[in-house]
Design a protein around this ligand. Structure first.
Ligand SMILES: Nc1ncnc2c1ncn2[C@@H]1O[C@H](COP(=O)(O)OP(=O)(O)OP(=O)(O)O)[C@@H](O)[C@H]1O
Ligand SMILES: [Mg+2]
Length: 315
């Protein structure tokens, strides 16, 4: 079941076409990576889905409600984390959340506990009484995420939540999003830094100049874009012999021997051209050839590379 569907969504800003008949479908429960270069139309799409902007053409439904016909119902279903954090002079972290709790009419009794729960969830309990302007960028991002969840929405729309974060804060954000996914939230997250989305998204859509280039489950997209797979094969024993065997296989386009993590271990990397059945046959063949296979894994391929290929191919 889809929680978001857009049909030929179009946004004109004067002569600029920010969105050009964009049709998307976000399955409930997905972590949906929304990828595109600067100016592609990511923020515009998100602003339409959160009712902040009225599209000039097409339709968008969120949780079954059309964004222009039922904006109040849409706002109840969605939490938005914008790409910038406003200025809130003098407000403390808890007051900030309390303020938004009030504006979403969370009952006073519930609000006190809710604010503390959310601060706990985003790892800011220790900053409860700190002025929001004194928080670091990463902390402000997390506070902004807590704010987006104040009315317990089904869908979270996060506009570049990882931008400006240091590597550690990125990892923490990723863990937090995993937790939210496990809580059953649907998450739409935008980025142009693709590698940071690769591991956490179940689905991705790539847009460019307001047009959808490709969308679907992350595995399927990677497969359709990348004709071959990269296999990492860890073995014990004679690496050179294993390499020679691999290179003799018709579906192996190229193979390399990498240093292993122990003296008697080696890792081989193979560019493999076959489908699932061919891969199964390769595994059988390795074992039958007496090669001491420890493990075989498909290298998670580099979304960045895919992105470059897709955008190059676009007219
Ligand atoms: N309010 C506006 N008035 C006029 N043009 C706008 C407005 N908002 C966006 N645009 C234009 O629409 C296009 C899409 O912008 P948008 O902000 O959606 O891109 P984006 O994918 O979010 O980019 P970024 O990665 O830089 O955040 C751009 O050409 C932009 O200049
Ligand atoms: Mg943007």
């Amino acid at each position: 079941m889809a929680i978001v569907t857009t049909h030929e969504l179009t946004q004109q800003f004067g002569a600029t076409t920010a969105l050009d008949r964009l049709s998307l479908e976000i399955p409930a429960g997905a972590v949906y990576g929304f990828i595109g270069p600067n100016g592609a139309g990511k923020t515009t799409t998100m602003r339409i889905l959160t009712t902040l902007l009225r599209p000039t053409g097409g339709e968008a439904h969120v949780a079954g409600y059309e964004v222009t016909r039922d904006p109040a119902a849409v706002r109840a279903a969605v939490g938005f984390m914008p790409d910038s954090f406003g200025v809130y002079e003098g407000l403390r972290a808890w007051e900030y959340l309390d303020f938004f709790g009030r504006s979403f009419r969370v009952a006073a009794k519930r609000r006190v506990a809710l604010v503390d729960e959310l601060l706990e969830l985003v790892g800011l309990a220790h900053k409860r009484d700190a002025p929001v302007m004194s928080l670091s960028r990463g902390m402000q991002q997390r506070l902004s995420l807590a704010r987006a969840m104040i009315h317990d929405p089904q869908l979270l729309i996060l506009d570049e939540p990882a931008s400006g974060l240091d590597p550690r804060a990125r990892i923490e954000l990723r863990e937090l999003l995993k937790e939210l996914g496990a809580m059953g939230k649907t998450i739409m997250i935008s980025s142009h830094i693709l590698t940071e989305l690769a591991e956490m998204c179940s689905h991705i859509a790539i847009i460019e100049r307001g047009r959808l280039l490709v969308a679907g489950p992350v595995e399927r997209i990677m497969r359709s874009v990348q004709a071959h797979r990269v296999l990492d094969i860890r073995i014990v024993g004679d690496g050179a012999a294993a390499l020679a065997w691999l290179r003799a296989q018709p579906a192996v386009r190229a193979a390399e021997l990498m240093p292993g993590d122990a003296p008697d271990r080696d890792t081989l990397t193979a560019d493999f051209d076959g489908d699932d059945q061919a891969q199964v046959a390769l595994v059988r063949g390795l074992v039958a050839a007496g090669i001491g296979v420890l493990s075989i894994s498909e290298a998670r391929n580099n979304l960045e590379e895919i992105f470059m290929r897709i955008t190059e191919a676009a007219p």
